[in-house]
Design a protein around this ligand. Structure first.
Ligand code: FES
Length: 168
């Protein structure tokens, strides 16, 4: 059985972050996703396990003992990645994926380097935040606010048109 489950971001959280976005734009601080303020409202969390294979119409398949993730950007459950600043948390593979623009995707471990939370992430103002204790990481996976003191490991990403492949 395909256990694909998608959760939506809280609308209030989005509206709060939209205010921060405006402040950063006013200050001239470069950001990803300014042009698409709706991306944070889309589905960003996908529970997908390696055993799910590629059945059920999902745009995500996980293979090689969880070490290879293939994403079909035309699928309906990964639409969040089609916008600059769009992101996904693939829980079954402990992976964060981010569209950084110019058709480039970056992928990082979702296992926080502070104390290992892996499923409590937000992304706004070009920063990932682990909501377990508030550590923040930039779009290169570098720590910008503790308590974490180590960067997120980045995975290799290749793209061929609408197919994105992540190798851990
Ligand atoms: S586990 Fe992420 S901030 Fe503590």
């Amino acid at each position: 059985m395909n256990d694909l489950k998608i959760e939506q971001l809280d609308r209030k959280k989005f509206l709060r972050t939209a205010g921060s976005t405006a402040l950063f734009a006013f200050l001239g601080i470069g950001m990803i996703g300014c042009g698409d303020s709706t991306s944070a409202m889309e589905d960003n969390i996908v529970d997908k396990t390696p055993d799910d294979g590629d059945g059920g119409g999902s745009g995500i398949s996980i293979s090689n003992n969880g070490n290879t993730i293939t994403i079909d950007l035309t699928a309906s459950d990964v639409t969040a990645l089609n916008n600059i600043g769009g992101w996904l948390l693939i829980n079954g593979a402990n992976t964060l994926v981010l569209n950084v623009g110019d058709s480039v995707m970056r992928a990082f471990t979702s296992v926080c380097t502070h104390s290992g939370c892996s499923d409590s992430w937000q992304f706004s103002n070009s920063l990932f935040e682990c909501t377990c204790h508030g550590s923040r990481f930039n779009t290169s996976g570098e720590v910008v606010r503790g308590p974490a003191n180590r960067d997120l490991a980045e995975f290799s990403v290749s793209r061929n048109d609408d197919i994105v492949r992540i190798i851990k």
